[in-house]
Write a protein that binds this ligand. Structure first.
Ligand code: ADP
Length: 307
């Protein structure tokens, strides 16, 4: 099973140790043994081999120390940024909630029913965002230790996708965007309802965050020969090919065109890909800078299921 966080770095270090130190030392030592066995006067060869082995080991260890120190410093920086970003992310909805509660207080609450309704709707929306963010941080923590429990069920994912869309609608203003859905899937898949909900919601919240004034988002789900395809398409800022390759890495955030910040901590897509992989599926992106992006989830059909 895949750990989300820094599996890759650990693998890299093991490969580095193997290629940079162990293999050369083993080759040199093997050469030394052969020389001792075959040659009459193997003394100078053995000394040469020992010196080479020592030099290779010393150089390899120095290189690994430098790389690990760099990695540690990078991790410390990422963690500090993460804490700052998460605090900032929580503060934004909390400030909005405080503002609207104060507004209600100062207007005597029930005097103006329209204003009361607006304030309450906003407070509810902001708490939904908070809820999603808290879920994201907790999921990140569990998945980075590969300890995220999934409760798998077998069935069509259409209800879970609809549920995510409804949740998303409760987080946005009615006239904030144009959202269309075409959810038509009957194939059965093994899935965890909460995980799928979080996954689709994550793609939807990104679509609204990274799209300009005229936000258009399409959600589609359909059956294919061997599984279900879920797509979230937006007409947003899009990504360069280089950015598209990196956005699934934890903490990576692409540069905004005007240098602005849409908020976020850079974990949503890393978590999304982890969740998809736990379902033996794939998550890919097709994007064009300035035109928009389509995120595609593919989940394999359960054995024996036909649409
Ligand atoms: P966050 O949104 O919290 O920064 P994510 O992991 O969800 O973290 O996304 C990583 C980065 O990928 C974002 O910072 C953004 O630069 C880019 N991105 C994600 N979704 C989209 C999208 N729909 N359109 C354009 N860029 C996106």
């Amino acid at each position: 099973m895949k750990r989300l966080q820094l599996n890759l770095s650990l693998t890299c270090i093991i490969v580095l140790i193997a290629v940079g130190v162990l293999v050369p030392v083993m080759l040199a030592t093997a050469g030394g043994i052969v020389a001792i066995v075959l040659a009459d006067d193997a003394g100078s060869i053995v000394i040469g081999v020992l010196v080479t082995s020592f030099a290779v080991t010393a150089a390899g260890c120095a290189l690994i120390t430098v790389l690990m120190t760099g990695r540690k410093a990078r991790m410390a920086r990422l963690q500090a940024d993460f804490v700052a970003n998460v605090s900032h992310e929580f503060r934004t909805p909390l400030s909005a909630i405080r503002l609207y509660v104060q507004t209600l207080q100062s207007h005597g609450g029930t005097d103006d029913p329209e204003m009361t309704a607006t304030c309450l709707a906003t407070i509810l929306r902001e708490t939904e965002w908070l809820d999603v963010m808290i879920d994201q941080v907790l999921t990140w923590r569990a998945s980075s230790r590969d300890m995220l429990p999934l409760h798998m069920e077998t069935g069509s994912v259409s209800r879970a996708v609809h549920h995510a869309v409804q949740r998303f609608e409760s987080m946005t203003l009615p006239d904030e965007l144009s959202l269309t859905t075409a959810i038509d899937t009957r194939l059965e898949v093994h899935y965890d309802r909460r995980a799928l909900d979080a996954l689709v919601l994550n793609l939807l919240t990104n679509a609204v965050k990274y799209t300009g004034d005229e936000k258009r988002i399409d959600v589609r789900a359909r059956d294919e020969a061997d599984g279900v395809v879920i797509e979230v398409q937006d007409n947003g800022i899009g990504l360069t090919p280089a950015e598209s390759r990196r956005i699934f890495q934890p903490f990576y955030r692409a540069q905004r065109p005007n240098g602005g910040d849409a908020g976020g901590v850079g974990l949503g897509l890393a978590i999304a890909r982890y969740l998809v992989q736990r379902h033996a599926g794939t998550l890919t992106v097709a994007s064009q800078k300035g035109k928009g992006s389509t995120f595609t989830v593919r989940l394999p059909a359960a054995k024996g299921s036909t649409s």
